[in-house]
Write a protein that binds this ligand. Sequence first.
Ligand code: ADP
Ligand code: ZN
Ligand code: ZN
Length: 668
Amino acid sequence: MPHCILQIALDTPLNSVFDYGWPHEEGALPLVGQLALVSFGRREVMGLIVAVKHETDVPPEKLKDALAVRSQLAPLSKEWLALAGFAADYYQRPLGEVALPGLPKNLRIPKTVALDRALKKLAKLDAATDATPSGMPPLNPEQREAADAIGGAIGFKPLLLYGVTGSGKTEVYLQACSQVLARDPQAQILILVPEINLTPQLEGNIRARFPGLALATLHSSLSEGERMLHWLAAHGGQARIVLGTRLAILASLPHLKLIVIDEEHDPSYKQQEGLRYSARDLAVWRAHQLRIPIVLGSATPSLESWHHAQTGRYRKLELRERAVRDAVLPTVRLLDMERDKPKEGLTSGLLAALRKRLERGEQSLLFLNRRGYAPVITCESCGWISNCTRCTSFMVLHKPEHRLRCHHCSLELRIPRHCPTCGNVDLQPLGRGTQRFEEGLAAMFPEARILRIDADSTRKKGSAQEAFDTVHRGEVDILIGTQMVAKGHDFKKLTLVGILNPDTALFSQDYRASERLFAQLMQVAGRAGRAGLASEVLIQTRYAQHPLYAAVVKHDYDRYAGSLLEERRQAALPPYMYQALLRAEAPELATAIAFLEGARDILPTDAITLNDPIPMTMTRVYNVDRAQLLVESSSRPALQAFLKEWVGLLRALKTRVRWSLEVDPLDI
Ligand code: ADP
Ligand code: ZN
Ligand code: ZN
């Protein structure tokens, strides 16, 4: 008879909680929240103890003993377990799949050398607990009010910091942090940013402001050793500020007293595979559970958050002006491509503006959300186009690399010398990506220093940071880039932003496309004129009359958000409706659709709307066809109750179709 029974969550699909015995009489009893090594099948895996009990339904001859308990590590708190439990329930995934993958890899291996070494290292580090701020600039009245409202908030208080680009939201966060840290000598603060590329800038700001305080960062480009150390510093309470990307929302923070979500509208807060969680939504839940304040900051809040602010669930704090003296929002103008015919994709209006910046020694940024040279190549004599053989998409021309590449399945081919169907040797690129603009610009402005920043130019580790540093040092005249350059960066010498090809998003089937485009344009426009130089944003468009552009020209988020919300209300879309999406993948579309049809009928309900299954917009990726079924309800609890039962039934089905469920999907 074992001494006690440990109920242990493992990172396994389907069921994830198993009973193990703990035979050892001597020593302290294992605790809930500790990690335990067990054998599972033929492997040894790390699990999380979720209950310690005295009985089990597992027959004694089948009950295995746990192999070891990581007693050198303080248990994960009740609150942390509740957070993982909530996420598992809400997103309909097994607990172990939520709780375990977020832990550092070195914590989850049988050997303890790395853990013991990290703990020793941590114990030896000087206690960096001096929260005295240094170099605090005086805040303007709106910033002051916001910082005090956040810093002084007691209990669960969601605060929406709605501040135009360059209004100094970072400074508000830092001074609010300072108040919280001064009040509570143990307090920990979690700050999330949407993009890994934004962490160095903010990390620098935080270190400069709190030179005597321990800061930990958590994001995907840390080495395993670093991740272990930073995670342990957060878990042990030594790290007082933890800065990270979305995965940091599941960090163990025993003294968490404030959460900051910067650029809260950003879609990167949503994980798009596996556990498809929203770090922002989990953050709000976590703040609620701990009864602490949370700040959601943005110049273009998500419609969900804006709706909450309108209805009073969130308190709105507003920063209407740019913080730097004399800095004003850029003038936004539309360049009508129907009238001003572009050359190399650039209108004469934009070319003139670029020339002016070069003469004055100021920087320009050209924004285009399309990497590669051209999205497709074609044969003009027979009509052949470079389709991907595995996906419903084109092979993108990457000229510097001499390759055609599919951005969806990573298929790579050499650029064909002649048309595969008719033999014509004159194949033409169609459309323009960042590489082609770069080439055109280099020909037109041979004296300019041009830098392209996109996923292709920054493949090497550290190269993105290097590229951004070059811009900050003023060694670039014209920067051209994708959304990588659009967010958050504080480029001081930038006075011109050109937006090259935004129109396609106007006609997307995705009902969130206009919200997203608007936010993106405001964000990238916000990179200009931050240091007080007069600045300009030029948008090249064929639809100069579109209301979205009119709102961007006026910097009028308020009105535009109001009209989008009204549309959503009338169309019964989120945030007035709660949704989940069941996706299915199969070699043949018909199989996927048939699976979804079966799923639709498996659990009859009146409370929930189950729509007809449809193929996904991009139906085929890497030789599998994909279809989806949208589930909707105006009641979140009703939807949740349905999903729980439904997923149970779906899991019990014998099917070869791969399926997944996404709660609160972003892309439909
Ligand atoms: P946001 O995140 O709102 O776009 P930032 O936090 O990047 O804006 O701030 C924009 C610029 O304003 C930064 O260069 C910052 O140093 C400066 N700034 C912020 N607050 C003040 C202030 N109170 N006085 C002077 N400069 C400020
Ligand atoms: Zn041809
Ligand atoms: Zn492909």
